[in-house]
Design a protein around this ligand. Structure first.
Ligand code: FNR
Length: 393
């Protein structure tokens, strides 16, 4: 399959995707905490910034590659694919298709631990583009965390992406209402113990509780009661995660880069660096964890100021247009990541669809750069963006 000609933007692709996407998958994809304020905020925040272009600067050719290497590699654009769980929901080839698209476009991909293909399979599909394994610390199961880290090391991943914004799953009444369950033929294949099974069981037992579904990225407490315990297997994210014990522990068990995902406060960026983080991902988890929390863009400048160049600062949440990438870089980000748009591509055309998403953002970003008078990303300046109420003085 390919992307129909009349689809011209990610927004068009989203609409196309929603024509076919199963309602249950749609609910999971769009799921946000509580009333969805942060989800909306993540989209609106980009429009609160306006750009001030410079003219007559010969932008006949522009170079949109990142200024510096990330994960010790050069990329075609400062854009990557953020970890999102269970991509088989959008396409049978799931994470393999996403990784292959990232490879062919030369951008990085972060794999969720809760993927439907294994760490090794996805690495095979995406090669050097598969840079990071995203991980949650699992309560009472550091053995599983170590196993994941060792597999990532052996497979040639560059980084562990530690997601720190989820000591517990967010309040997500929407998912409970839609009664999400992972389909029977899918598995969390990074685990040899059958953690995929409980979801089936939840269905088998006619449970109305959200199974690992309440937050399929991470098992919910209620799911443990209804499903996971029924097989004696438990998978709960450790609610006691803390800098002192856990980040230091992880720093000691591996020499891979450790990126901390889910930072929203400058002082947490400081904590992460103090514990040896190689990079910071400013993110509110796509608005899925804490409702009414700030958007990543709103806290980006303060975090960039605090970090002061010691480690790279990346950002995700609501990036849908080339101009959004420009604004993120103008406000100090080194790199941006996308989550949901990948699913739109997967749903409509699998690997080709994901490639199309990346190509479209590349094309848009290039045009924005030309119109802004920037010949390379080093020429993007803080003064080129103002808030809507801001004046050029
Ligand atoms: C996510 N995200 C996520 N993050 C993470 O650290 N581990 C995970 O397993 C998942 N799973 C996941 C599933 C789905 C369906 C979505 C939409 C998101 C969050 C993700 O990495 C990223 O922070 C956001 O998706 C970025 O926001 P946008 O681009 O989706 O607006």
């Amino acid at each position: 399959p390919s992307i129909p000609r009349e689809i011209l933007s990610l927004k068009d692709l989203e609409a196309k995707c929603l024509e076919t996407m199963a309602p249950m998958v749609r609910d999971y994809l769009y799921d946000g905490a509580e009333e969805g304020h942060t989800i909306r905020e993540n989209l609106e925040v980009w429009d609160r910034w306006l750009v001030i272009p410079r003219m007559m600067r010969d932008t006949s050719t522009v170079n949109i590659t990142p200024l510096t290497q990330q994960f010790n590699q050069s990329w075609s654009i400062p854009l990557g694919i953020a970890p999102s769980a269970m991509q088989q929901l959008a396409h049978p080839s799931g994470e393999k298709a996403t990784a292959a698209a990232a490879k062919s476009m030369n951008i990085p991909f972060g794999l969720s631990t809760f993927s439907n293909y294994t760490i090794e399979e996805v690495k095979d599909a995406g090669g050097d583009s598969v840079v990071g394994l995203q991980m949650y610390l699992l309560e009472g199961r550091r053995d599983l965390n170590i196993e994941l880290v060792r597999r990532a090391e052996a497979a040639g991943y560059k980084a562990i992406v530690l997601t720190v914004d989820s000591p517990v799953p967010g309040n997500r009444p929407g998912l409970i209402k839609s009664n999400f369950v992972m389909p029977k033929h899918m598995r969390f294949r990074n685990f040899s113990e059958d953690f995929g099974g409980p979801l089936d069981q939840a269905q088998d037992t006619q449970s109305n509780q959200p199974s690992v579904a309440g937050n399929p990225e991470i098992a919910t407490e209620s799911s443990q009661e209804t499903a996971v315990k029924s097989r004696g297997n438990q998978l709960i994210v450790d609610p006691s995660i803390n800098w002192e014990r856990d980040m230091k522990w992880l720093r000691e068990v591996t020499s891979l880069e450790i990126w901390v995902k889910g930072i929203l406060h400058p002082l947490d960026a400081e904590e992460a660096i103090a514990c040896g983080a190689s990079g910071i991902m400013v993110s509110n988890h796509g608005g899925r964890q804490l409702d009414t929390c700030v958007s990543a863009l709103d806290v980006l400048p303060a975090i960039v100021k605090q970090v002061n160049g010691r480690v790279p600062v990346h950002i995700d949440g609501g990036i849908r247009r080339g101009g959004d990438i420009f604004k993120a870089l103008a406000l100090g980000a080194d790199f941006v990541w996308i989550g949901r748009p990948v699913w739109w591509g997967l749903e409509v055309a699998g690997e080709e669809g994901v490639k199309w998403v990346i190509q479209t953002l590349k094309r848009e970003f290039e045009v924005v750069m030309k119109l802004m008078g920037c010949r390379n990303v080093g020429e993007i300046r803080r003064e080129m963006v103002v808030t809507k109420s801001g004046l050029l003085s």
